[in-house]
Design a protein around this ligand. Sequence first.
Ligand SMILES: [Zn+2]
Length: 99
Amino acid sequence: MQTVVAFFVIGALGIFPVVALVVQIYRDSRGKKRNLAMRCYACESAGHLLPVPHYKGDTFLYCLSCVEKQAGNRRIFGYAAFCGIVVVLVGWAVLSSNK
Ligand SMILES: [Zn+2]
């Protein structure tokens, strides 16, 4: 049980940032090309675009429906980050209580 929890926690901590980074790099290069063509970063639709600052400091253009989706995604990401922290804390508590 201990080993499984430790493996899970270490695996989740190690793999998640790498996957997130790769996805981010891919989405950024795709989104930059779309923005240069005056199309939405996320869904490639043309029309009225709004600038949305990313956490890295870059600003990209999104259509209105994707701006709304982004706001929803931020809530989901916050929830996922919260769950991740809970998993780490529970894993740490299990490991330290079994010493
Ligand atoms: Zn869009």
